[in-house]
Each structure stands twice: as C-alpha cells, then as structure tokens.
Design a protein. Sequence first.
Length: 242
Amino acid sequence: MFASDEQGAARGDGAARDGYTRREFVRVMGFAVGVLSLAVDGCGGQGDATAPPATAGLVEGVVTDVQGTPQANFGTLILMYPSGQHVGITVTPDGAGRFRYKDLPPGDYQIRFQAAGQAIVPEPYQHPIKFTVQAGKVTTLAVRIQRGTFNQNQVEIYCGDDFYQLQPDGAENGETVVKLGTIVCWYNVGIKVHTVTGGPWNDSGDLQSTQSYIWVATVPGVHAYQCKYNQPGMRATLRVVP
C-alpha cells in the first residue's frame, strides 16, 4: 500500500531502491526553498486593468522575488487546463514583472512558472497554480519565486489526465530521452489518479493530484511505461542513453 506524507507526496515501501518522492528528493538534495503565493480577486485587479468582455475573463499577475521585487522579463508562464493539457498560450513577464492572459473563456485553469535552472517553486507551495476564470471579471495572481543556480540534471514529466508530457514542450505520450544519472520526476497535474508503471522502477504507486514520483536514471535502454488506470491511451517511453 502507498501512503501520503504530510506534504502530499506518494510513497511506498516497495518502491525501487533509487526512487524518491519529490518531497524526499528536495529534502535529500537540500534545495533552497522559494516561495509562491496565490491571490485571487473575484473582481478588480491592477489600477490600469482593462475590463474584460462580458463573456470572457481576464487574468493578470506579477512575478516577484520573495522580498517583493518585480522580476522583469524573467521566466515563462504556461497556461493549462485542469487536465494538465496546454492551452497553447505562454507569456513572459514584462519590464515590471507583470503578465496577462486576455479574453479567457470562463472555467478552471492552472499556470506553471518555468525558468529551468534559474528559479524554483518547491513544495509545499502549490505548483502549478490553480484558479478559476469568471465572465466579466479579473483574476489576479501573485507569483513569488526564489532565483539561483539549481540542478539542471533533472527533467519533469507531467501526468495529465490520459497523457504523459515532458515539460515544458514535449509531445503528449511521446518519448523522453535522458542521459544516465538524470533525475526524472513524474508529477500528476491532472484530476484523476495516475501511476507510472513499467521500466526498472516497476511501479510508482498511486499518485493523487499534485503528487509526484522520482527515479534516477541508472539503467540504460528504452523503458516503456503506462498508467494502469487510464488505458489504452496513456503510454510513453523513457530512453536512457550513456
């Protein structure tokens, strides 16, 4: 049986010897802790906000460091559906650290901040950020990050509902190629329960939404894996090369 620790990371006694949960890996490696906060206003926003159309919503936000200093022209924000699928819209903060998504249809969304090797948004803070867009209203997001030089020998594969996807722009249910020793993190950004079953790690155990599983790529070859709950479509491969 797989249990959840206090930070919500799945963990199992039968996991592969070199498999860690996301939380455990952060603790082991001693990563610097950043901060991300989220504020959602049902109506309103920045003083210079443009009112959205009555049938759509507007999302505005600002990226700052933990002291509140705006991070100009830094990083990318990727807009996704609740399932984890990309909407197809990415934005970069402007010279004041602000970003905006215009004319979004009402509904639930999430965004991911991306600045590989330059900034992190570690647990226990929510990432991706989940929010709801309402017609004719402004949703305001505040993203606080920790900048620095971080381990770039890591890839992140999202487990969305019915697909795996290498971030930030891999093909859904495609092949991910990594070198020996790479840290591979599968992260459930969907609503359903998923697993990462196959390969030398055998099974991740059940991953609830926002839970993750980490395996260090120590075995070369092509490793097929799948979600045992979402078939036949949710299958992908991991190719480990010297």
